[in-house]
Ligand binder design. Structure first.
Ligand SMILES: O=c1ccn([C@@H]2O[C@H](COP(=O)(O)OP(=O)(O)O[C@H]3O[C@H](CO)[C@@H](O)[C@H](O)[C@H]3O)[C@@H](O)[C@H]2O)c(=O)[nH]1
Ligand SMILES: [Mn+2]
Length: 574
């Protein structure tokens, strides 16, 4: 579709669009015929039948409206392809600093050993390490997680050179050793180092798991001075801020076994007090934004959930192609990768793989420059996330960022930035309203992305062949219902708010994007017509009454002759 030889990415339209449009037009004719039939055949012989008929008609009207909304994202999906070589040729020496934000909240539900696989996969990105900073926000304020992070930093000294040497993919050790790697004994040098590395990894995991089962870190393992911040009376809901810069600077302590710099690693447990609302993940993201602005201040931010490891070491460079593109880069606010899971069961009974959303709807919204921010696997322009409005003349300072400091001066820095993570810092400020992630919504990510679109920023969706991120999705009916209930409620709340894309969005973003956002906003409302449609026809059928035209009648209408009296055509719209 659009590409010039200087572009850092190329955009292709989906194939077979004319066929799809023909198909959609046919469906539209069918929909109109049903509505016409319903309207011209209202049964008046009994009020209950009339009521059933009207209810069905209302549901069909609703489904028709909803179907039209969905066409906004089905009509013209687009797919991007990036040109990393061009990016490296032109900007290889001036790649920007990237700050990775990982959020965790509960060492029981989110085991630290798995979280560390995510951390290690982020530390091992194929990206200049002096430009990479990994922040772990721990909303449980748990010394178990801090201990695990100290262990991960030690292991990274071996893991990162190993990844570089053997071009390892994926760079989450857990996924690499136990899910992805097919051991080939023909390559002896790999197999020997492979086994050594695996043993080292397993030993680390055993140490972490042991400590987690004990519920506390034994005194002899508290080698890092940071443990002194954990006092006996602190709980996850009531404690002071703890910020620990584990890796920074240019000295030996910050290097891997081959003498190359490691990425910065910072642990943050924001202050928690029972009397203050903490705004869940949005609150922790905003603390991360403020604290990181003083420690590294990367102009690009990657945000991931703690269970979502990097499955593709090239994702940073892929994302940067959109920000650095000469023609379109200046308006890109964020680049979203799909949410994929690696624990989906074979039959995916509850449709947790989100195929329709990932394969059709995101690319569809992308065509309106309105891909959603879905909370994880997203690269943001820091300025856009911090509330800056898009303006044509704005030129990003890609060179900005804080130079690495020695770990000793880091301890001074830790004290200096502590107040940014306090409970009261945001009082009487615009944080959570106009700056950073938005508060008060169950889907803070969607609302924040929408706010960035309203501020004039565009977004892109990228789904490379090698999945960029893999996480842990719900597998049971209960987990699925809880997640979808939360997403439906949150999106419905946005739809009714002053930010409603359906009611007010058209003034600020493309109409197609408003329609696309509304698909999710109306998920919750869909439950009523769906229930009506599921209940009324079968109930009446049990009494021998069909609410659909009999085949005979349809056939008669087309002037053909049919005699199949009992055959009915169920005309479902969805
Ligand atoms: O007080 C909290 C609560 C959660 N989290 C973290 O936020 C992430 C997402 O929370 P989770 O409970 O796993 O929610 P999901 O429903 O799995 O998350 C999806 O939906 C959310 C709401 O739309 C988004 O925020 C997420 O990024 C997206 O993955 C996890 O890493 C948590 O550790 C915090 O840091 N602090
Ligand atoms: Mn999750």
């Amino acid at each position: 579709m659009s590409t010039s030889s200087s572009s850092l990415f190329k955009t292709n339209g989906a194939k077979g669009r004319s066929l799809y449009k023909l198909y959609a037009s046919f469906i539209l004719v069918c929909i109109l015929s049903i509505l016409f039939y319903r309207l011209t055949h209202i049964p008046l012989e009994h009020y209950s039948l009339t009521f059933a008929w009207i209810s069905l008609f209302a549901s069909e009207l609703w489904f028709s409206f909803y179907w039209i909304l969905t066409q906004s994202v089905r009509w013209n999906p687009i797919y991007h392809q990036t040109f990393k070589e061009r990016l490296l040729q032109r900007h290889g020496n001036e790649l920007p600093m990237v700050d990775v934000f990982i959020c965790t909240a509960d060492p029981v539900a989110e085991p630290p050993s798995l979280v560390m696989s995510t951390v290690l996969s982020m530390m091992a990105y194929d990206y200049p390490k002096e430009k990479l900073s990994v922040y772990l926000s721990d909303d449980a304020g748990s010394e178990l997680t801090f201990y695990a992070l100290c262990e991960a930093c030690k292991f990274a000294k071996h893991w990162i050179p190993f990844c570089n040497k053997f071009d390892v993919e994926p760079r989450s050790p857990n996924a690499f050793f136990f899910k992805a790697y097919h051991f080939s004994s023909s390559n002896l040098s790999i197999s020997k180092e492979w086994s050594q590395m695996k043993d080292m990894y397993e030993a680390m995991i055993n140490r972490i798991d042991f400590v987690v089962t004990q519920g506390k870190v034994p005194q002899e393992l508290k080698q890092h001075q940071g443990f002194s911040k954990w006092t006996s009376n602190m709980t996850s809901r009531n404690h002071d801020t703890i910020i620990q810069i584990l890796i920074d600077g240019n000295d030996e302590k910050s290097m891997d076994v081959e003498g190359n710099l490691l990425p910065r690693v910072i642990y943050i447990a924001r202050e928690k007090r029972p009397q203050h609302h903490h705004n869940f993940k949005a609150g922790s993201m905003n603390v991360l934004l403020r604290v990181s602005s003083q420690i590294s201040n990367g102009p690009i931010i990657l945000n991931v959930d703690c269970d979502m490891y990097s499955n593709n070491s090239q994702s940073i460079k892929d994302a940067l192609c959109f920000f650095f593109d000469e023609e379109k880069g200046h308006e890109t606010g964020f680049v979203q990768y799909p949410q994929n899971y690696d624990n989906i069961t074979k039959n995916d009974l509850y449709d947790n793989s989100l195929k329709v959303i990932n394969k059709a709807e995101h690319p569809g919204l992308d065509s309106w420059e309105g891909t959603l921010y879905i909370g994880t696997g997203c690269f943001h322009r820091r300025e856009a996330l911090q509330g800056r409005k898009y303006s044509k003349g704005y030129i990003e300072d890609w060179k900005r960022g804080v130079d690495r400091k020695s770990v000793d001066s880091a301890s001074v820095l830790e004290e200096k930035v502590k107040h940014l993570a306090s409970c009261t810092y945001e009082f009487n400020t615009l944080w959570g309203k106009e700056i950073g992630l938005r508060y008060g919504c169950a889907v803070e990510d969607i609302l924040t992305g929408l706010a960035m679109h309203y501020n004039g920023w565009k977004s892109k969706f990228l789904d490379p062949e090698r999945k960029a991120f893999l996480g842990v999705g719900p597998t049971t009916l209960e987990q699925t219902l809880i997640q979808f209930k939360r997403w439906s409620e949150g999106n419905f709340q946005i739809l009714l708010s002053k930010n409603s894309p359906l009611l007010f969005g058209y003034q600020k973003i493309k109409f197609g994007a408003c329609m696309g956002y509304s698909i999710y906003g109306l998920w919750a409302v869909n439950s009523f017509p769906t229930l009506t449609y599921l209940l009324i026809p079968p109930l009446l059928l049990l009494n021998g009454i069909s609410l659909f035209p009999k085949l005979q009648r349809v056939v008669e209408c087309t002037k053909d002759v049919g005699h199949e009296k009992n055959n009915i055509i169920p005309l479902c719209l969805n």
